[in-house]
Design a protein around this ligand. Structure first.
Ligand SMILES: Cc1cc2nc3c(=O)[nH]c(=O)nc-3n(C[C@H](O)[C@H](O)[C@H](O)COP(=O)(O)OP(=O)(O)OC[C@H]3O[C@@H](n4cnc5c(N)ncnc54)[C@H](O)[C@@H]3O)c2cc1C
Length: 439
């Protein structure tokens, strides 16, 4: 069937990447009657939201994950898959570390308690956060950097105490270039209630993959796409191991930088902007006792070697993890950062003095399990004016389409926005005449 469209318009799609975007697109394509093969480099679907087994049958995300109440598209998909009763909502504590002290940072009342700032700055900060919640579009923020806007409206002291260290921790040397639209989305889209699926997001990805396969779709793991080439009316996709698959059309959900490296296609015919992206790194500790008791602590102390402390079991019930307390220590770094090559033991040894600043009693003897994970293209760095340069779904090759987290603007990446994007790109591909794709 590969390489030829049936008279009814049924096509064989290859979907590159088995993260949530690739899987949601494959699910949608199978629902619309197409044949689909997902090609994923990793050993299981889920992408950045994939999990690993901490012991047989107990799964944990490699990078901390939760949903917000505003994440409606993924909630709808979870319900469609029959998993609505597995999604539970929690209201865990979120805090910020400033000058060595940890303050609640998850409600207007908590802002008033931020005594490290003069009252006038706390009131300005509260007003700024209220504005970002109320304004329903990013347009007023599209053309300005977060640094310029926040300095002006939240004030220099609040910028220096809170936003500058957080932006620098996340974006390093690029902190001053990040668009205010990114920060608008971070504040606007977030809710204090967080959703988590019983058994972890693994439950969702396993069921999504099962229902794709039930509809005749195919999910091939350990297939690292090396090249995509046109051959007659097909696209040939070849893996790094030399396996060949042929399709009528291909949807790449890989970062556009990779799509361009593996094919001769240029997203948007070359006019689109490809922003740089950072890698994510997480050290995960399993402990025999709590570390902070707080779900989320954003660290502003830039001498600290990590940016966020996420105590997963301050949100999810630790009974599901054999009684372990699970803590992520997260960072965003350039792909060349030495942390990516460190062993988890080396990273823990380097982090231990900073962990003790959060809990002076911390002893490496509390650690009963230790893992680390890194992933490239995990956080795009979006600058002002990106709306005008957003890559479209089409590429210079009429059979190859591209959708990725680089197109969820103005939202920050998130599983929800990949699910939304999946539906939009499938609509777009379906609106393109099959004769274009089949030559
Ligand atoms: C630290 C961290 C925390 C996050 N927290 C949250 C959260 O709390 N809530 C939330 O909703 N989202 C969160 N996100 C964002 C969320 O993980 C992403 O938005 C989402 O997973 C993106 O899905 P995707 O399919 O677009 O991309 P990806 O997940 O990156 O999927 C791309 C897939 O392509 C595969 N691939 C790459 N190269 C090749 C190749 N050559 N051949 C074949 N396959 C290839 C990769 O293995 C991957 O599976 C977080 C992300 C990070 C990094």
């Amino acid at each position: 069937m590969s390489g030829s469209a049936s008279p009814g318009g049924r096509l064989h799609y290859g979907v590159l990447g088995g993260g949530v975007l690739g899987l949601a697109a494959a699910y949608e394509l199978t629902k619309r009657g197409h044949a689909v093969t997902v090609l994923e480099a990793g050993d299981r679907p889920g992408g950045l939201a994939a999990s690993f087994e901490i012991e047989p049958g107990i799964w944990l995300e490699k990078f901390y994950h939760h949903l917000f109440r505003t994440d409606r598209s993924i909630q709808a998909l979870i319900a469609q898959l029959g998993l609505a009763d597995r999604l539970h909502w929690h209201r865990p504590e979120s805090s910020i570390e400033i000058d060595g002290a940890v303050h609640r940072f998850d409600s207007p009342g908590a802002l008033i308690g931020l005594r490290c700032l003069p009252l006038v700055d706390r009131l300005r900060l509260g007003a700024v956060l209220a504005i970002l919640k109320l304004v329903r579009t990013s347009r007023p923020f599209d053309g300005v950097t977060a640094r310029t806007w926040l300095t002006r409206f939240a004030g220099r002291r609040a910028y220096a105490a809170i936003w500058e260290p957080l932006l620098t921790g996340k974006f390093g040397a690029r902190a001053g270039d990040v668009t205010m639209a990114w920060l608008w989305a971070r504040v606007h889209d977030r809710t204090p209630e967080l959703g988590y699926v019983d058994g972890g997001f693994q439950t969702f990805y396993r069921e999504l993959a099962r229902q794709i396969e039930e509809r005749g779709g195919e999910i091939v793991t350990s297939f690292r796409v090396a090249t995509v080439e046109t051959r007659g009316s097909c696209l040939d996709v070849v893996s790094a191991d030399g396996d060949l698959r042929s399709f009528d059309r291909v949807l790449s959900t890989l970062a556009p930088h990779i799509t361009m490296a593996i094919s001769d296609a240029v997203p948007g015919g070359g006019t689109a902007d490809l922003p740089p992206a950072l890698s994510a790194h997480c050290l995960i500790l399993a402990l025999d006792r709590p570390l902070t008791g707080t779900y989320w602590i954003a660290i502003t102390d830039r001498s600290c070697p990590f940016l966020a402390v996420v105590e997963h079991t301050a949100m999810a019930d630790r009974a599901a993890y054999g009684g372990r307390h699970l803590v992520y220590l997260g960072n965003y770094v350039p792909v060349t950062d030495p942390i990516i090559k460190e062993t988890p033991e080396e990273t823990l040894a380097r982090f231990a003095p900073a962990i003790r600043r959060l809990n002076p009693d911390f002893d490496p003897g509390w650690v009963t399990g230790l893992w680390s994970f890194a992933a490239p293209f995990a956080q795009p760095v979006i600058e002002p004016g990106y709306r005008r340069r957003l890559p479209p779904f089409w590429t210079s090759n009429p059979r190859l389409f591209a959708a990725s987290m680089f197109q969820v603007y103005p939202h920050d990446r998130g599983q929800n926005y990949s699910v939304e994007l999946a539906r939009r790109v499938v609509d777009f591909m379906e609106s393109q005449p099959a004769s274009v794709a089949t030559g």
